[in-house]
Design a protein around this ligand. Structure first.
Ligand code: SAM
Length: 283
C-alpha cells in the first residue's frame, strides 16, 4: 500500500503550528514562504494551489527547512535571499541580514545626489548596491573589515551587474581609504555589548562583529567620526550619514558636532524611531 499524498495545505498547516510553538512570529507566513521556496514558486502561486499534492522529496526538503526555522534560524539564511530597496541580495551567516529600516540610510544619502560615495561596513553590500542601482552615475567605494562579508558583497555586485559601479575594499574603518567623497554612509555595529545575548534568538545566527558596538554601542561611531575628521575623507559640504539605535540620536549628534561636522539632523524611520543621523563637513 502506498502512503497517501500530502497536500500543500496540510504541510503548511502543520508547519505553522510547529513554528508558532517554537515562538516564531508570523509563523503561517514563514511556513508558506518556505514551502514556496521548496516548490520554486511565488507565495501567491502557492496560496492559489494549496490543494495540490506535494512530492515526498519536496516534503522532506520542506521538513528540513521548517526544522531550521523552528530552531530560530532567520528565514533569510534558509532561503538565502533578502530584498532591499528593489535589489535582491544573497545572504548567509557571513553577513548581517539587511534590515528594512536601513533603507532610510540610502534615502538620506541619495537626497544630495552625490557622485562619489564611501560606504563603510558594507556587509552584504546592501547600502552600496542599492545606491549604485538608484544612482547609476555615482562612483562608490564600499568597505568592510570582514573578508568573508566582502566575498558575499562582491558576489552580490557581480550577480546584479553592479560590479563596475562599486569598488569593494577590505579596511578597518577608514584605515585603507584615500581620497575625498561627497558622502560617507555607515551602518556600523551599534548594539550595546551587554544587550546582544538578550535579543531574539535569530540574532544569534548573525556575525557578532556586525552587531557589537561596545559598552554604549557607539565605540565605532566615535572612532569613525574621529577618523573622518583626521583623514579628510569628506569634501567640504559633503554629507556623513550614520544609522543608529533608536536611543542613540542625541549622543550621535554630539559625537559628530565634536568632530567638527555641522547641521546635524536626526531622521526617523517608518515606525517613527530615530534611525539615521546626518551632518555636513563645513565648506
Ligand atoms: C550592522 S552590519 C551592516 C551591514 C550592511 N551595511 C547593512 O546595513 O546591512 C556592520 C558591518 O560592519 C562590519 N565591521 C565591524 N567592524 C568594522 C570595522 N572596524 N571596520 C569596518 N567594518 C566593520 C561588520 O563586518 C559588518 O559587516
Amino acid at each position: 500500500m502506498t502512503a497517501r499524498a500530502v497536500t500543500a495545505r496540510e504541510l503548511v498547516s502543520a508547519a505553522d503550528s510547529r513554528l508558532a510553538a517554537a515562538g516564531v512570529e508570523g509563523s503561517r507566513f514563514d511556513a508558506e514562504l518556505l514551502l514556496a521556496e521548496v516548490l520554486g514558486v511565488s507565495r501567491p502561486a502557492l496560496i492559489a494551489a494549496l490543494g495540490e499534492d506535494v512530492s515526498a522529496a519536496n516534503a522532506v526538503r520542506f521538513e528540513d527547512f521548517v526544522a531550521r526555522r523552528a530552531a530560530r534560524e532567520p528565514l533569510a539564511y534558509i532561503t538565502g535571499v533578502k530584498g532591499f530597496r528593489g535589489v535582491e541580495l544573497a545572504v548567509d551567516e557571513r553577513v548581517l541580514i539587511p534590515r528594512p529600516e536601513t533603507e532610510l540610510l540610502v534615502a538620506v544619502v541619495k537626497t544630495g545626489r552625490p557622485c562619489g560615495i564611501l560606504e563603510v561596513a558594507t556587509g552584504s553590500g546592501a547600502v552600496a548596491l542599492a545606491l549604485a542601482h538608484e544612482l547609476p552615475d555615482a562612483t562608490i567605494v564600499a568597505t568592510d573589515v570582514s573578508k568573508e562579508a566582502l566575498e558575499v558583497a562582491r558576489a552580490n555586485a557581480a550577480r546584479l551587474g553592479l560590479d563596475r559601479n562599486v569598488n569593494f575594499v577590505e579596511s578597518d574603518l577608514l584605515g585603507g581609504i584615500d581620497g575625498a567623497f561627497d558622502a560617507v554612509a555607515a551602518n556600523l555595529p551599534y548594539v550595546c555589548s551587554g544587550e546582544i545575548d538578550g535579543l531574539q534568538p535569530e540574532i544569534g545566527y548573525e556575525p557578532r562583529a556586525a552587531l557589537d558596538g561596545g559598552e554604549d554601542g557607539l565605540d565605532l561611531v566615535r572612532e569613525l567620526a574621529r577618523q573622518a575628521r583626521e583623514r579628510g575623507v569628506l569634501k567640504p559640504g559633503g554629507l556623513i550619514a550614520l544609522e543608529i539605535g533608536d536611543d542613540q540620536g542625541p549622543a550621535t549628534v554630539g559625537i559628530l558636532e565634536r568632530a567638527g561636522f555641522t547641521g546635524a539632523e536626526i531622521h526617523t524611520d517608518l515606525a517613527g524611531r530615530d534611525r539615521v543621523v546626518s551632518a555636513t563637513k563645513p565648506r
